[in-house]
Design a protein around this ligand. Structure first.
Ligand SMILES: [Zn+2]
Length: 80
């Protein structure tokens, strides 16, 4: 007879909840902080652009969804 089981049985008989180690639930989705953007390209929280690179909807879209590093990379690829 294992003492641990004995204790569990005793707790059960008293109607006490058996303490369980719950697996840490997946934390909340990462929230972009100040100056950060959840980049759609690299999927990371990364520094966002200082501002929309273009004064149109596309510029705003890039600003809201692309980090600085990815944008620079995209620019570099586009101008090569
Ligand atoms: Zn990125």
């Amino acid at each position: 007879m294992l003492p641990r089981n004995e204790m569990i049985e005793m707790l059960k008989s008293q109607g006490a909840a058996i303490p369980e180690v719950k697996a840490a639930a997946a934390g909340p989705a990462p929230q972009a902080g100040e100056g950060q953007v959840l980049c759609r390209r690299c999927g990371k929280l990364a520094p966002k652009l200082p501002g929309p690179p273009m004064r149109n909807d596309f510029g705003r879209l890039v600003f809201e969804n692309t980090c600085t590093a990815c944008w620079r990379e995209a620019i570099g690829m586009g101008t090569k």
